[in-house]
Design a protein around this ligand. Structure first.
Ligand code: TGC
Ligand code: FAD
Length: 389
């Protein structure tokens, strides 16, 4: 029999094919060599390392699950494993990749015109152009149907008015995918280029979570855009919600990565930290914590792989993506907080990754549909009774 691996107790690695292992190892190496040495200083400063977009573009990770237009055309599972490894680095790094590939690029790829795809996607896949996705507003978070941003048709095109909040990569973006209601109350999507008069993207400060990520407002004050900037295939809320589905899928894997990083840090620490003349890993209470973490990490990874296989087979439903986010983000928060206790006082510092991950995961619990929204999506699927209002 193969030997027991404490970092992979139910041998999930054997479930991956050679190509998946190669992508996984490439991303893991990038994160370990290039990103982890600098993440703490960026988390402290509230910034993102320069050149992240180009690095991820060179590795072929941006929009990697999309076909054509310079995208890699990889499997959903390979994309998921990429998210897992990126988020083992930091949720902010995975968020960068999710927003670029699953939200902004997917929106253009799925709902855009041929001209829009050719104009934007190759540069975005290369990381030379950055995108963001503006759905949430100050008064419309969980309920995007309540958005106030408006698009008014004119002879020359459209005029956009409103504001978006909590937009990842907003101030970095060359193009913002902005969702707005037209005069018929239907949701349309618009590609708003940086520098368009009346459009600004001020950075939001003061986050205690996802600090190694840029979060911005989007302000639209009589922004005039041509008809050619409207995503022609997007005619209802279904369009932005379909993009969320893609990003939520990546989070299912990503959360398992953050949890794995915390478990690994706690196991390593517990084996070397001596108190009462023996390593703290030798105490029953510590072992109970380590086992709980190992089981949660492995179960989350197994669930993510299962959903990845379903997505590749074309059978994955939106409720099942909610199931994954519901389980894996909660499990990751439990693991991160338990890991924090094992590291004692060291656990509250940036020397170790555990509190950084625990804090990040508070955002992950809230964005891409709060834990409560996914509870209600599953509640409706299970009972047939909607309980949103
Ligand atoms: P509802 O009537 O249920 O649906 C409207 C239309 O959309 C379709 N639909 C979906 N399609 C694809 N994927 C999904 N997940 C979908 N959910 C719904 C639905 O079939 C319907 O289609 P059609 O053709 O019949 O019109 O809409 P509702 O207004 O009742 O809303 C339901 C609810 C509450 C589940 C939805 O509003 C929701 O998911 N709210 C949460 C909002 C949210 O997740 N926001 C995230 C913003 S982006 C972000 O957070 C980025 S974080 C950065 C990062 O990812 O790293
Ligand atoms: P609210 O919707 O006001 O919810 C507040 C609380 O009420 C939550 O606990 C919620 O679950 C609960 N609640 C609401 N309705 C119900 C109900 N019917 N039943 C029970 N409980 C309910 N958005 C984007 O569009 N693009 C981005 O790139 C983006 N990036 C983000 C990055 C970060 C770091 C963060 C923190 C957020 C980001 N968001 C982004 C916004 C995110 O999607 C929203 O914060 C999220 O959808 C929740 O909206 P809200 O914060 O307005 O909370």
């Amino acid at each position: 029999l193969p030997t027991f691996d404490p970092l992979d107790p139910i041998a999930l690695d054997a479930q991956l094919d050679d190509e998946e292992r190669l992508i996984r190892s490439t991303v893991r190496q990038y994160v370990r060599e290039k990103f982890l040495p600098v993440v703490a200083e960026h988390f402290e400063a509230g910034s993102l390392p320069d050149g992240i977009g180009l690095d991820l573009g060179q590795l072929g990770l941006l929009g990697m699950h999309l076909e054509g237009y310079g995208c890699a055309g990889a499997s959903a599972t390979a994309y998921g494993l990429t998210c897992l490894e990126l988020e083992a680095g930091d949720s902010g790094l995975r968020s960068f990749c999710s927003v670029q590939g699953s939200l902004a690029m997917f929106a253009i790829h799925r709902w855009g015109s041929e001209e829009q795809k050719e104009r934007w996607l190759p540069g975005m896949a290369a990381g030379e152009l950055i995108g963001c996705f503006g759905l949430t507003e100050p008064d419309a978070g969980s309920n995007p149907a309540g958005m106030r941003t408006r698009a008014k048709k004119t002879d020359a095109g459209w005029v956009l008015n409103g504001s978006k909040m909590w937009i990842t990569n907003g101030s970095l973006a060359d193009v913002a995918v902005v969702w707005a209601k037209n005069e018929d109350g239907k949701v349309n999507g618009f590609l708003v280029e940086q520098g368009t008069p009346g459009f600004s993207a001020p950075v939001m400060h003061g986050k205690l979570s996802l600090r190694a990520s840029v979060t911005s407002e989007l302000v639209l004050d009589n922004v005039e855009v041509p008809e050619s900037s409207r995503l022609p295939e997007a005619t209802s809320l279904r369009a932005p919600l379909s993009c969320l589905n893609e990003a939520r899928f990546g989070i299912v894997f990503g959360a398992a990565g953050a949890a794995r990083a915390c478990y690994e840090a706690a196991l390593e620490y517990a084996k070397t930290r001596v108190q009462f003349d023996k390593p703290i890993a030798g105490f029953q209470l510590t072992q109970a914590k380590l086992v709980d973490m190992a089981v949660k990490v492995s179960n989350s990874t197994m669930l993510a792989l299962h959903l990845g296989r379903m997505k590749d087979a074309g059978t994955l439903r939106t409720e099942q993506v909610s199931y994954g986010k519901y389980h894996n983000v909660s499990a990751a928060i439990d693991v991160a907080r338990t890991a924090r206790t094992i590291l004692g006082a060291n656990g509250v510092t940036l020397e170790y990754p555990v509190l950084r991950h625990a804090n990040n995961l508070e955002s992950v619990l809230t964005y891409e549909g709060t834990h409560e929204m996914h509870t209600l999506i599953l509640g409706q699927a299970i009972t047939g009774l909607p309980a949103f209002t």
